[in-house]
Ligand binder design. Structure first.
Ligand code: ZN
Length: 246
């Protein structure tokens, strides 16, 4: 079956002397692995188009009995060059790609695909001083879209209202009220940090202004949440790199 679908390249690496294996987020067929035969040859029809984060229309021969399908064309619609030219934007985009790749499967995920494309655009367009907040909003929103929402509107343990200070319980996947949270040994989230977290979960950084150490703490929280709840404690090099440079 020949499939034609909008797609984003999440990962690409050499295979043998002349081919490339590419992991694609697709609009209609989830995450798929394809092989671009001869892509490394000088006059390949793929040229230099199979770059990570490139967005385009992929055409591949799908066989349900195989895990690796044969790519016949990839027409780039947006190479997202702004992302490749700026380390912080690129780190955030690569972290997003890793999140989609590690949680991906072959079932259709059109909302996740749309969120991926929107977030890549937002990362490219963000003013330099907002890149850290825009990346948190994009990554947290993707966590929600993938179906792993943390509880942030009441205490995850006793369901009482949260106070001006609350504590994030990683194992339980949500915020704790003062009665439950005291003595957990983790740092408290003040009212502004809680409001910022709720905004990020909706994919927005509007109105969020936090000191840099708080932004770093939000990055650390997101990476720990993803590792614990989405990827079975796997190593996540791109997310770890994004966490370290912000
Ligand atoms: Zn409680």
């Amino acid at each position: 079956m020949l499939i034609t679908t909008p797609a984003v390249i999440l990962q690409a690496f050499a295979y043998g002397d002349t081919s490339r294996i590419v992991r694609l987020a697709t609009q209609d067929h989830g995450v798929q692995s394809v092989i671009a035969k001869g892509a490394m040859r000088p006059r390949s029809r793929f040229g230099g188009r199979l770059q990570v984060l490139s967005e385009g229309v992929a055409q591949f021969h799908y066989r349900s009995t195989r895990d690796l399908h044969t790519l016949s064309a990839f027409d780039v619609t947006d190479q997202h060059v702004v992302l490749a030219g700026d380390l912080r934007r690129f780190a955030a985009a690569a972290a997003l790609a890793e999140l989609v790749l590690r949680t991906g499967h072959e079932e259709p995920q059109p909302v996740a695909f749309a969120t991926l494309v929107e977030t890549l655009r937002a990362l490219g367009a963000a003013p330099s001083e907002r890149v850290g907040l825009v990346s948190l909003a994009g990554l947290w929103h993707m966590v929600i879209v993938l179906g792993f929402a943390p509880v942030v509107d009441q205490c995850v343990r006793c369901e009482r209202p949260l106070g001006d200070r609350s504590w994030f319980a990683l194992a339980e996947g949500g915020l704790l009220c003062p009665a439950c949270g005291r003595g957990t040994g983790t740092g408290a989230l003040g009212a502004e940090d809680q409001a910022a977290l709720r905004a990020f979960l909706e994919g927005s950084d509007a109105g969020v202004a936090l000191p840099a150490p708080h932004v770093a703490a939000h990055r650390r929280l997101l990476v720990r949440f993803v590792r614990r709840h989405l990827t079975d404690d796997a190593q996540l090099p791109a997310l770890s790199f994004w966490e370290s440079i912000g």
